[in-house]
Design a protein around this ligand. Structure first.
Ligand SMILES: Cc1cc2nc3c(=O)[nH]c(=O)nc-3n(C[C@H](O)[C@H](O)[C@H](O)COP(=O)(O)OP(=O)(O)OC[C@H]3O[C@@H](n4cnc5c(N)ncnc54)[C@H](O)[C@@H]3O)c2cc1C
Length: 221
């Protein structure tokens, strides 16, 4: 009798391959929705290319853009994409992306620690009909890596170019104070705060723990 080779050591509702932003978000949402999930990662760290990227997401018509004072519509983005892509703009995946994008952001904002914010000015790359000055390009709100405990070491670090002073991640709002710390009392206080936190972090961690957008995925169920 031939052996039935359709037996399994482990059964799961969803098997996700790859722990970058795509895989971790899929696994996170599935787990929140009650599925039993296995997330496989071939390397010894999570984060993938996402962790070493600039971390900006482009999602038109989102709530964070409205909050930042740059209201936008999906219709305007559709016009922009049509001007940019021409005949390819009929791909039905574009409709899916435009419709689902804001829903995904709202879901993550309400159910997880993954939060995004829109800088007031972050123009679309091409000056075409429907282009926006800001609101579509979002960055992840810094996440306190200390909350991950020992798992912090399992997150792929950013590129060295994105860090200073041996592992300090710098966000866009940190750059003006760091470049001119003595310009104002506010700048000075900001820089002292950054350096103090970094010095304390380095007593316990291999790098600074405030995570500015690179791989902020963390499940909060
Ligand atoms: C310097 C830089 C800056 C960038 N900036 C931006 C930006 O600002 N905005 C933007 O939208 N995009 C940016 N990108 C592109 C963006 O980073 C990628 O498109 C995105 O991170 C891809 O995400 P992902 O989850 O699909 O894949 P990844 O984040 O690469 O994750 C894939 C994971 O799968 C794992 N894996 C692969 N094969 C297997 C296997 N067989 N079994 C198990 N695990 C496997 C990998 O080890 C990895 O951890 C940038 C890229 C770079 C390099």
């Amino acid at each position: 009798m031939p052996q039935d080779d359709r037996s399994f050591d482990v059964e799961t509702d969803l098997l996700v391959v790859g722990a970058g932003a795509a895989g971790m978000t899929a696994a996170l949402v599935a787990a929140l929705e009650g599925l039993d999930v296995i997330l496989c990662e071939k390397s010894d760290m999570v984060g993938g290319t996402t962790a070493t990227s600039a971390g900006t997401v482009w999602i038109p018509g989102n709530r964070e853009g409205q909050r930042a004072g740059t209201p936008d519509t999906v219709e305007a983005a559709r016009i922009y994409l049509a001007a940019m892509l021409g005949a390819q703009a009929t791909d039905e995946r574009l409709d899916m992306f435009l419709e689902a994008g804001p829903i995904v952001l709202d879901y993550l904002a309400q159910r997880t620690s993954v939060q995004f914010a829109a800088p007031p000015v972050h123009p679309d790359y091409k000056n075409l009909p429907g282009a926006a000055i800001g609101g579509r390009a979002l960055g992840a709100v810094p996440f306190d890596g200390r909350k991950l405990g020992d798992d912090f070491d399992r997150i792929r670090p950013p590129r060295r170019e994105f860090m200073v002073l041996g592992g300090m991640m710098v966000g866009k709002t940190d750059i003006p104070p760091l470049l001119a710390p003595f310009r104002s009392w506010t700048h000075f206080k900001h820089v002292i705060g950054l350096l103090t936190r970094h010095a304390l972090d380095r007593l316990s961690y291999k790098r600074g723990t405030p995570d500015h957008g690179q791989c902020t995925c963390r499940q909060t169920v």
